[in-house]
Design a protein. Sequence first.
Length: 245
Amino acid sequence: MRPAGARGFIARQFAAEYAVQFDVLLPALHRAGLTFPLGGTSNHFRVEALKAAGAWDAHNVTEDADLAYRLARQGFGSGLIAAPTGETPPPDTRTWLPQRTRWLKGHMQTLLVHTRSLRDLPVMTGLGLMLSLGMNVFSALFYAPFVALVLAGRLVNLLQPGLGGMAIPDLILLICGPGFAQIALHGAARRAGLQLGLWDRLSLPVYWGLQSFGAAFALYQLVMRPVHWDKTEHLPAEPALAPAS
């Protein structure tokens, strides 16, 4: 997929995120022989395979991602096609947050459904599930709280130096996480033909922090409104991603 007309902070970060997802992560999972979640707008199915898997789950708000793992349980595999599909990115947080809440809630639903019984879950399917949806949910839930704790610890250390500094494993994680993300983003932008400015790259952690708000709302909805569907407005946009000024 290729988000079109990405202008503004949210739209540009969304475009960068899509590039990493569809040009780096999913191809890597596919090459490793792992089951990967399907996207919602660019799927082609054999009818018999779709019927054997029970088609889409009407109660899962990311029914496309869920379907990939139900197909795998039936012995079917998925592949990738080179031709991209254009999608208009959400222009602001008002549009983005409900969409992200729905996606994360659906990923939580899918994780709960497919880990409920591991007896017939293929090993490579389960591993792909954890490395894609599992890590997506985990990182969204804990990124902002982790950063808040690190910043609070730094502030306390500045005020009371005798309390000790940051542990080495925490420091390594804090450096390596964003570092590897920038490497993935660089490769994804090159493959997708995105022109990302310096601000787009430096502001990436801010976008990650927003994900935690979506994850918190998703967790609430999973308990209180599990089948509620937040609709997303899609408006026409210019088909180019210009460098940030």
